[in-house]
Design a binder for this molecule. Structure first.
Ligand code: ATP
Ligand code: MG
Length: 278
């Protein structure tokens, strides 16, 4: 894709309107693991909670200007961008971003602000990962309009499938009205506890509904993943041999395999669904 063979970034929104399912953990750790695999990565914190920002060791208060100024057109991407210690770039966020929700409503092209701010940066990165807030609000809509695909982290519990139905309905609406290319990149099982029968059942149901869209990599419940943010580090920088670090590294490898071609990841011969990067 791209002009003259130049590869453009794959823009992925890490999203799920359900709170606490592992969106931020996935955005931060996948960014770090893709960077460790020599990919050029930009992570964008689209959540006023700023957890992805602090998870990279950036104090929220010092994060000025933030993605908020970029969305309302007061700063450019280059002015907001920070280089993290972990090999990827970050557009940080803090509480201020909550105000964008209101201000964007009154702006022209409010759903396209992020997409427009990113135009031109596509050639600088292999991946742009967006950490969305746990809501289907204007910030998330900006993420879904800027993205080519969504990555959906989820816990395999009873209400997860119901939430997924709502999310898929939203994605369809966005595709119909705002971003016709938007697709599901993959569903990621997080905080997985294989001892739970319910988890096994929900997981099996997920596979039967979504087939190859469900990543084969499963992220286990792992205490080091929960501890790493308090040190301001992705887990591969904090404890590289931990189960959590290995899981996100294998997710990064699985993604790269899918994008390069299905033969590399051994994906049962149906790479067509993801084959839009030719
Ligand atoms: P929010 O909806 O509030 O933005 P989120 O979907 O971004 O939440 P996280 O912040 O990534 O979810 O995770 C929620 C909590 O669970 C955090 O305390 C995080 O450290 C912890 N956590 C995430 N993934 C794992 C895991 N695989 N094992 C153990 N703890 C985890
Ligand atoms: Mg989060």
């Amino acid at each position: 894709m791209g002009v003259g063979g130049a590869k453009l970034a794959k823009v992925l929104a890490v999203t799920n309107q359900k709170g606490g399912v592992g969106k931020t953990t996935t955005a931060v750790n996948l960014s770090a693991c893709l960077a460790a695999l020599e990919q050029r990565v930009l992570m964008i914190d689209l959540d006023p909670q700023g957890n992805a920002t602090t998870g990279c060791g950036i104090a929220k208060r010092s994060a000025l200007p933030s993605v908020y100024q970029m969305l309302i057109g007061r700063s450019t991407l280059a002015e907001v961008r920070i280089k993290t210690e972990f090999g990827f770039d970050l557009l940080p966020a803090n509480r201020e971003l909550a105000g964008a929700e209101v201000e964007l409503i009154e702006m022209g092209g409010r759903e396209y602000r992020l997409r427009e701010a990113l135009a031109g940066a596509g050639g600088e990165y292999d991946f742009i990962l967006l950490d969305c807030p746990p809501a289907l609000n204007m910030l998330t809509v900006n993420g879904l309009v800027a993205a080519q695909a969504v990555m959906i982290p989820m816990q395999c519990e009873y209400y997860a499938l119901e939430g997924l139905t709502d999310l898929v309905a939203t994605l369809k609406k966005v595709r119909a009205n705002l971003n016709p290319v938007l697709e599901i990149e993959g569903l990621l099982r997080t905080m997985f506890d294989p001892r739970s029968t319910l988890t096994q059942q929900v997981s099996a149901e997920l596979e039967s509904h979504f087939g190859a869209k469900v990543y084969r990599t499963i992220v286990p419940r792992a205490v080091r993943l929960a501890e790493a943010p308090s040190y301001g580090k992705p887990v591969i920088a904090f404890d590289p041999s931990s189960k959590g670090a290995q899981a996100y590294l294998s997710l990064a490898q699985e993604m790269l395999g899918r994008i390069v071609g299905p033969d590399l990841s051994g994906l049962s011969g149906d790479g067509a669904a993801q084959g839009a990067t030719a």
